[in-house]
Design a protein around this ligand. Structure first.
Ligand code: GLP
Length: 241
């Protein structure tokens, strides 16, 4: 694992966006895996800036998002689909047909999950996957478990995740209890991975992810086995390193 320490959140966002931008410049038809949560917001802001300055174009880029809440329509303001349009897609030249996000409103979970996996495969696989990390070590919505769940699947969210994500909802009751998420194998098949962490509350999990035992109880620890992972932390998230 390559560890990059950024001075603050702004620098972290700029470094992450620069790595994504170089991927897009080197291969304008790249397949990008994208993440939600508060951590990548600054990265998306930087990518929009670079697009506006004519440094990068997303015209032929394909994207796959990691996850989506089960039961939320894509137009729902709390959905990850809404988030992605609001933070990135509405401001760049990506073709709508190239945007892939699991359908949280599917009436056939099996078909949705298989279909998502097949689409990733057909597109040639993910060239660069952006990740955040949950305080409990989740990546995407792969929660701590007794085994690694391989492929895109329906997940029951942990109480800790529901609590933590309730800050985006008006009440905790509104937070969906389930989600559709890429699996660990799906993520591990990406050619390159960047994981971002900001803030002191992520410090312990980042330390355990890098130096601890590889275990499904801390899903992100599996990244130790991936050949090309870059972890970008700000000062606070890197305090134990
Ligand atoms: C959510 C997402 C994850 C994300 C995590 C951390 O649960 N499913 O992909 O990494 O939150 O979010 P934040 O960046 O807001 O701490």
């Amino acid at each position: 694992m390559r560890i990059i320490r950024a001075k603050d959140y702004d620098k972290l966002s700029k470094k992450a966006a620069s790595i994504i931008a170089s991927q897009v410049i080197l291969n304008p038809e790249s397949v990008l895996g994208l993440a939600t949560g508060s951590t990548p917001i600054g990265t998306y802001r930087e990518l929009v800036r670079m697009y506006n300055e004519g440094i990068i174009s997303f015209k032929d880029i394909i994207t796959f998002n990691l996850d989506e809440y089960y039961g939320l329509d894509k137009g729902d303001k709390q959905s990850y689909s809404y988030f992605m349009y609001d933070k990135l897609f509405n401001y760049i030249d990506i073709s709508k047909n190239n945007i892939n996000i699991p359908n949280g409103k599917t009436d056939d979970i099996q078909r949705e999950c298989h279909g998502y996996e097949n689409k990733i495969k057909k597109s040639g696989g993910i060239d660069l996957q952006l990740l955040g990390i949950g305080k409990n070590g989740h990546i995407g919505f792969n929660e701590p478990d007794l085994k690694f769940e391989a492929l895109t699947h329906l997940v029951k969210l942990d109480k800790e995740t529901i609590d933590s994500n309730s800050r985006f909802f008006s009440s905790i009751e509104e937070v969906p209890k389930m989600a559709i998420s890429m699996g660990i194998k799906t993520i591990m098949h990406s050619k390159k991975i960047i994981l971002l962490a900001s803030g002191e509350e992520k410090g312990k999990v980042i330390y355990e992810m890098i130096y601890g035992k590889i275990t499904p109880k801390l899903p992100a620890s599996v990244l130790q086995l991936h050949p090309d992972v870059t972890v970008i932390v700000d000062k606070e998230a890197g305090y134990m390193l």
